[in-house]
Structures are given as structure tokens and as C-alpha cells.
Design a protein around this ligand. Structure first.
Ligand code: CAA
Length: 295
């Protein structure tokens, strides 16, 4: 199947990676050529890791990379697609605009999926003339490593489209789980309140960054503590998702911690900005508590 991925950021490059590795022709679209170049370099680097581990043959890597084409023109990028997966920034207005655009240029019968982590699929579908063909296909970061695809049915999503996306997810080696379309779905409805509570715990001085993360890593067997995970996801993304939960349910338990709001305002976004709860130095795996939280 010809698959177009719209948005070449952290999630978009991972999604293009797994579809190309799964044997699909992939067109990766982004408005910025620099983002496309960076995405291709990231995909190559991540496939090299798999080759080094012996989980991908060098020849399969070369073939997979050849299946990826990049374009800066969305209309041209979707015109022959059987599936479009949108992976743009977590911003409702932006996603609605992209879906109107894709809907106007993708062929009839093309499934339109969104990798949104919390925005209503029903709302996105309503921006198109094919709501029964719109579905959530929520990959987890890092996409080549994480097995889950959360498949979210909007109000009008058809059984056939849901089946097609469940089957396609299995065919690329993922484990799809079907859920309903309420704010945050299952993944972020459960994850974000935990992350927010970890930030609140830090804010109240109950524990420091390392103490909170160590409790959750060693006590609950989480691969990363919640504060490190928040940095990894992006503090701006965490804040955006919490706001969707807060607006969607109107319950104070989803109100973002003031510390999270302040950090995002200050441009401390986690790994992508070089500092969040920890400081990051490009090219190293060193994890150092950020100066603001160092004791
Ligand atoms: N591409 C390919 N392979 C990758 C990779 C990538 N981008 N990133 C890591 N890997 C591989 C490594 O090569 C390594 O392979 P082996 O096990 O075969 O050695 C393995 O993954 C582990 O990587 P590392 O040794 O570099 O590091 P690690 O052991 O610390 O694991 C991690 C890194 C997989 C990210 C792990 O810390 C982890 O699972 N963290 C939690 C991730 C998580 O919770 N993700 C979900 C976030 S929520 C989300 O995405 C959705 C949302 O809506 C917000």
C-alpha cells in the first residue's frame, strides 16, 4: 500500500521508518526541507542501530530506505495514497487545517489516520467529507521500539476501516489495541495524570527529580521515571495533552501543575530544547538533573 506520512518530526520519522521496513512505499511530507533531511538522517541512524543489533539485515535497510520519498508539497504527496497518517504537532487548529487539505487531495477510498495523542478523532473527522474513513493510529515513542498502536474509532469510523488499520498494524509487527474516542483515549488518560502528579510532587518538595524517578523506576519497574519520560515526550506536548483532558472532562484532577506551565513558558521543553527536569548534551546519553532542580 502507498502510505503518506504528514509531518517529519519525532513521531513522523518513526512512523515512516516502520512502514518502510514493513515493505510499504512511503512518502514523507513536511513543509520544511530541513525537517525532511533531518528525518531521513534519523531513520538511517535508527536502522543502523537495528543492523548493529542483528535485528535488520543491511540489504533490508538499504531497500527500506529506498522505499522512502520526501516531498514538501502535501497535495502532491497524498494524491496517490491508500493511507495518509498525519503526525503534525499536537495542535487542534493545525490538525484540522491539514485534514481539510488532505481530504481535498487524497483519492476517494484513501484512509485518513491521525497520530494525535489526545485530540478528538470525531472532531478531526468532521473537518473532512469522509468521516467514516478517518481513524486514530497512535504510535508510541520511540516508534521502532514500542509495540503498541492505539487504534481509536471516531463516532463515524467504519468497521472496515478499523479492521484495515488493525490488520496493517499487525502486518508491520505492532500490537494494535482498539479504543473509543474520549479525550486522551486510554494511553494518555492514564499516563498524563501520573506525569502531572510526579511534577506536582516535585513542586511541593516531597522529593527531588532523581528521588521521584528512582522510586518509579526501581519501585514500579518503569523503564524511565515519569520526569525523564516527560522530558522525552516533550513538556509542551505533555501540557497540550493535559489541557485536552482538562477541557474534555472539566475535572480539576486534570489541571496542569503550575510548574509544568511555567517550564513550557520558559522554553524548557525537555530533550528537544536541551533542558527540562534534566539537562541534555547532544550526542551523549548522560542524564544530569537540570540546574533549576539540582540540590
Ligand atoms: N530506533 C530503533 N531502535 C531504538 C530506538 C530507535 N529510535 N531507540 C532505542 N532503540 C533500541 C536500542 O537500539 C536498544 O536495542 P536492544 O534492546 O536490542 O539493545 C533498545 O531500543 C533500548 O535502547 P537503549 O539501550 O538506547 O536505551 P534504553 O535501554 O534506556 O531504552 C527506551 C530506551 C526504549 C526509550 C526505554 O527507556 C523506554 O522504553 N522508555 C519508555 C518509553 C515510553 O514510555 N514511551 C511511550 C511514551 S508515550 C508516547 O509515546 C505517546 C504519547 O502520546 C505521549
Amino acid at each position: 500500500m502507498k502510505i503518506t506520512v504528514v509531518g517529519a518530526g519525532q513521531m513522523g520519522n518513526g512512523i515512516a521508518h516502520v512502514f518502510a521496513q514493513g515493505g510499504h512505499q512511503v512518502t514523507l511530507v513536511d513543509i520544511a526541507q530541513a525537517s525532511l533531511d533531518k528525518a531521513l538522517a534519523t531513520i538511517t541512524r535508527n536502522m543502523d542501530r537495528q543492523v548493529a543489533k542483528g535485528t535488520l539485515a543491511e540489504a533490508d535497510k538499504t531497500a527500506a530506505l529506498k522505499r522512502i520519498t520526501t516531498l514538501t508539497d502535501t497535495a502532491a504527496g497524498v494524491k496517490e495514497a491508500g493511507l495518509v497518517v498525519e503526525a503534525a504537532t499536537e495542535n487542534t487548529d493545525l490538525k484540522l487545517k491539514i485534514f481539510r487539505d488532505i481530504d481535498g487531495h487524497a483519492p476517494e477510498g484513501c484512509i485518513l489516520a491521525t497520530n494525535t495523542s489526545s485530540i478528538s478523532i470525531t472532531k478531526i473527522a468532521a473537518a473532512t467529507k469522509r468521516p467514516e474513513q478517518v481513524i486514530g493510529m497512535h504510535f508510541m515513542n520511540p516508534v521502532p521500539v514500542m509495540k503498541l498502536v492505539e487504534v481509536i474509532r471516531g463516532y463515524d469510523t467504519s468497521d472496515a476501516v478499523t479492521r484495515a488499520i488493525m490488520d496493517l498494524s499487525r502486518a508491520i509487527g505492532k500490537v494494535p489495541v482498539e479504543v473509543r474516542d474520549y479525550a486522551g483515549f486510554v494511553s494518555n488518560r492514564v499516563l498524563m495524570p501520573m506525569i502531572n502528579e510526579a511534577i506536582e510532587t516535585l513542586f511541593q518538595g516531597v522529593g527531588g527529580v532523581e528521588e521521584i524517578d528512582t522510586v518509579m523506576k526501581l519501585g514500579m519497574a518503569h523503564p524511565m521515571g515519569p520526569l525523564q519520560l516527560a522530558d522525552f515526550i516533550g513538556l509542551d506536548t505533555c501540557l497540550a495533552i493535559l489541557r485536552v483532558l482538562h477541557d474534555g472532562f472539566g475535572q480539576p484532577k486534570y489541571a496542569p501543575c503550575p510548574l509544568l506551565v511555567q517550564m513550557v513558558t520558559a522554553g524548557k521543553l525537555g530533550v528537544k530544547s536541551g533542558e527540562g527536569f534534566y539537562s541534555y548534551t547532544a550526542g551523549t546519553k548522560e542524564l544530569k538533573v537540570a540546574p533549576a532542580f539540582a540540590s
